[in-house]
Design a binder for this molecule. Structure first.
Ligand code: ADP
Ligand code: ADP
Length: 237
């Protein structure tokens, strides 16, 4: 479903993000990308949903040539790809439910959104997504009153409500304490297994990657130095 062929990403200032990436990820896989800071993990992830444009090679996602997408097509393409960040990117003064609802109906007019007029089915889908990540009881609480782990679960629910095929997560547990980080990784695992959503995440905690992912991709200086099971990963990626 995701296919990198000789992909290169050189930033406008000449920095090499990715050198010659060849990798294929199938529907339903749980892949962790590991590597030192500056290795190219975030660049690789951001090429998949076209937050960054590749500068060489070809990248296809669900048989779509990502480089050829323009304007509206990009928005439509991204609906099937959820993105989670380290910093959650939530409306912190809104309720948990509101945050999820806004994603449930992305095409809702601005004034309906302002007046909080959401279709009933969107409400049901949003509550279901909150239930999937175990925070249904927090639906009417303001996001800024939640813990970091709970906020990351809101971000996950917001992504889930769009029925994505893939979830990309850029260091989703980096800002969390070790216990909470494990809980969030368990959410990813459950979502991957029960909803058959592919997960592609960057993580600098190798131990968490090995515990929860099925496949590890190791990157160093923009190149893949390991791609395989969790069993033979060496420590010097
Ligand atoms: P990682 O996620 O593994 O920490 P990144 O993908 O963020 O690594 O970065 C890979 C390389 O690309 C680094 O050398 C970084 O400095 C460079 N880089 C990342 N983003 C940009 C950018 N917007 N402009 C220029 N260089 C960048
Ligand atoms: P993250 O890992 O969340 O991308 P970073 O601190 O690595 O956080 O990067 C923050 C932003 O700065 C990103 O948009 C990244 O693309 C950009 N960036 C990273 N390295 C460079 C660089 N060397 N030159 C210019 N922009 C960069």
């Amino acid at each position: 479903m995701i296919k990198f062929e000789n992909v290169q990403k050189i930033y406008p200032n000449g920095h090499v993000g990715l050198k010659d990436i060849n990798v294929e990820i199938q529907q339903g896989e749980f892949v962790a990308i590991i590597g030192l800071s500056g290795a190219g993990k975030s660049t690789l992830l951001r090429c998949v949903n076209k937050m960054h444009d590749i500068t060489g090679g070809s990248l296809t996602v669900n048989d779509t040539d990502v480089a050829s997408l323009k304007g509206k097509e990009v928005r439509k393409f991204r609906r099937k790809i959820g993105m989670i960040f380290q910093s959650f990117n939530l409306i912190t003064r809104g309720t948990v439910l509101k945050n999820v609802l806004v994603s449930a109906v992305p095409e809702l007019s601005w004034w309906r959104r302002l007046l909080a007029i959401f279709p009933e089915e969107a409400k049901i889908a949003s509550l279901q997504a909150l239930d999937n990540v175990g925070i249904l009881d927090k639906a009417y609480i303001r996001v800024d009153q939640l813990s970091g782990g709970q906020q990351q679960r809101v971000a996950l629910a917001r992504t889930l409500v769009g029925n994505p095929d893939i979830i990309l997560a850029d260091e989703p547990v980096a800002a969390l304490d070790p216990v909470t980080a494990k809980l969030v990784m368990e959410d990813f695992k459950r979502i991957n297994q029960e909803l058959d959503i592919s997960i592609l995440l960057n993580i600098h905690h190798v131990d968490l990657a090995l515990e929860y992912a099925d496949r590890i991709i190791g990157i160093r200086k923009g190149e893949i130095v390991y791609d395989g099971s969790t069993e033979n990963v060496s420590q010097d990626i």
